[in-house]
Design a protein around this ligand. Structure first.
Ligand SMILES: Nc1ncnc2c1ncn2[C@@H]1O[C@H](COP(=O)(O)OP(=O)(O)OP(=O)(O)O)[C@@H](O)[C@H]1O
Length: 294
């Protein structure tokens, strides 16, 4: 695999605040890379530097092995969270306007079709639903057939159905071989779409891997949860780790049968007990002490 974009020792300071603190990132061509982190972690600032919008204070960014040049803006697509467009433009007009900025835009009718906008192509853009609006912003970012697509919290504010539909659309964009760099607060979004994620906290990357590997590296395979008012004796084996997460006691383990026998043998009530696999939300809490969605 080729590294499409490579950032080294990237930093950005706003006054006293070191928003991004010497981070390194290498994003493989054709992959979907997710930046996750609590509010204020530095995700958007990182994205803006990689987009060429915000100049870093220090560090280097290489695209296809070369420093960013004027042609970079033609090779990337940015899905903005909102765009100030004149009210009188229809969906098709918005795409035509964006297409006019590029020397070789893609044909618009297939793009409308791909982003499921054909039926609303003649509607004024400000009449769109939240999901349709996100699909229009995505279509606008795809108008120049970019190699690299930037998405900053693409499904924030969408209802669960619209979010699922948007994920399906992004899977198709990914299948076309495009490289995607996204920020998200949704664990499920990262798990479904991202080949690799970096968790940012206070301007630094504190973990980076595929979602599955990150979870395997930090947890035993099963989580037994109990209401936190239960009193537990000391665990019998090193392969049980007990910690408190909000209103729950979490018991990480390899052998759920062994844990259940230990708990019932010690007279601990099993009422409200739940067994599940650890997920990115658990990882996030373990590493940053915050939840993904705040
Ligand atoms: N233009 C700016 N001027 C001053 N401070 C800024 C500016 N942009 C970001 N910051 C600060 O830099 C830090 C990182 O902000 P950034 O928006 O990159 O974080 P984030 O991880 O994207 O957060 P969120 O998830 O809330 O969008 C924050 O403390 C923020 O207040």
């Amino acid at each position: 695999m080729n590294t499409l974009i490579h950032a080294q020792a990237l930093s950005k300071r706003y006054g006293e605040k070191l928003a991004v603190d010497h981070i390194d990132l290498a994003i493989e061509q054709g992959s979907c890379f997710g930046l996750l982190g609590p509010n204020g972690a530095g995700k958007s600032t990182t994205l803006e530097m990689l987009e060429g919008i915000t100049p870093p204070d220090s560090g280097t960014i290489l695209f296809n092995g070369q420093p960013l040049s004027r042609s970079y803006q033609h090779a990337i697509g940015i899905q903005f969270q909102s765009t100030a467009l004149p009210d009188y433009l229809s969906v098709r007009d918005c795409l035509k306007l964006f297409a006019s900025f590029y020397p070789k835009p893609v044909p618009l009718e297939p793009l409308l079709e791909q982003c499921q906008l054909t039926e609303v192509a003649d509607q004024l853009h400000f009449h769109l639903s939240g999901g349709q609006r996100q699909r229009l912003l995505l279509a606008m970012s795809l108008v120049n057939d970019p190699q690299l697509l930037f998405l900053d919290e693409p499904t924030t504010g969408l209802d669960p159905n619209a979010r699922q539909a948007f994920w399906a659309l992004l899977q198709k964009v990914k299948a076309q071989g495009k490289t995607i760099l996204m920020t998200t607060h949704y664990m499920e979004e990262a798990e479904q779409l991202c080949d690799r994620i970096a968790i940012m906290d206070r301007g630094q990357i504190i973990a980076e891997q595929s979602p599955m590997t990150l979870i395997e590296d930090h947890f035993f395979p099963h989580l037994v949860s109990l209401p936190s008012d239960r009193r537990l004796p000391d665990p019998p084996a090193a392969e049980i780790r007990v910690h408190r997460q909000g209103p729950q006691l979490l018991l990480e383990c390899r052998d759920t049968d062994g844990v259940l026998k230990w708990l019932s043998g010690a007279g601990v009530s099993l009422q409200g007990l739940n067994i599940r696999q650890p997920n990115l939300e658990d990882l996030f809490l373990k590493l940053t002490g915050s939840t993904l969605q705040s």
